[in-house]
Design a protein around this ligand. Sequence first.
Ligand code: SAM
Ligand code: DTB
Ligand code: SF4
Length: 327
Amino acid sequence: MQPLIRHDWQKSDVLALFAMNFHDLMFEAQRVHRMYFNPHEVQASTLCSIKTGGCAEDCGYCSQSAHFKTPVKASKLMDSDAVLAQARAAKEAGATRFCMGAAWRSPKERDMQALTDMISEVKALGLETCATLGMLTPDQAQRLKQAGLDYYNHNLDTSERFYGEIITTRTYQDRLDTLAHVRDAGMNVCAGGIMGLGETVDDRADMLITLANLPAHPESVPINMLVPIAGTPLQNARQIDALDFVRTIAVARIMMPRSFVRLSAGREAMSDEMQAWCFFAGANSIFYGDTLLTTSNPQTEKDRALLARLGMQVMASVSSPAKQEAA
Ligand code: SAM
Ligand code: DTB
Ligand code: SF4
């Protein structure tokens, strides 16, 4: 029986998933996962911080916000050659997608040419391209798409209700507008959130409902575990319980059966066993490479060893997931 691709998730349905007996939830998530994916494969993306720090936004978890005194030093937009060298190395190591991140509220007109050139050059290496540059106008989204951008990452981070406690410099609606511009420009959407911000199960359910009830499910859903950063308001946030994190992955898998669910930031603080449970719960994408944006990620060798131990492998190539039809 194929799981229904639903865009009408109700709060009671989702809370019932979160409340399931752990093993029943795992079994259901793995059943759904196997309907669309090979459970032994993970998609691998490598991140590159093309513009680090000094960001005008006040996201309470972020090392790159100019509002907080963190260990990160601000730097200018990297030049294209340096980005390309990193992209080549990522491809060599086995990644299929290269994700360029910039600490901006939104891209400035003066940066657009450099960005579109960079995207075209990375694409020409035979990598899938992804960028996360903050809010986009419809025109910017179209220009990035024309340059060869395959995916745009823009996270909801949490529920609409809790959002205001984490970020005050832009609204939830701003984020939804950017996601709509990305979709309208014909790009694949990468949108997810962070666990461990102090949110409740209700907040997790609401965030997933907002994502799954979009006209089309995001092709990629990153679920980050907060990486606590010294100097930010969330530096001492209480770590999420490992099994609650695994449950969130499973619920995301069941709600968005054809999407890649990314076990995203925070893997360095996870045991091999916790990661194995996340893969069993339906995560099938990771960030691959020694660094995320400003913090570290498990060493590539360590990831290779973990995947080998689990009988899993990095996907050699990825064709865009089946287009999600509008409900
Ligand atoms: N400035 C752009 C933006 O916010 O859209 C792009 C880069 S921003 C760093 C991308 C995402 O990374 C955030 O939305 C958040 O979900 C995630 N992120 C940032 N800092 C994090 C942290 N310390 N722990 C976990 N996830 C984090
Ligand atoms: C996403 O969901 N997670 C990535 C990416 N999209 C851009 C970023 C994680 C950042 C972790 C903290 C850091 O390295 O600064
Ligand atoms: Fe800026 Fe993005 Fe960090 Fe927010 S998450 S402070 S927008 S870099």
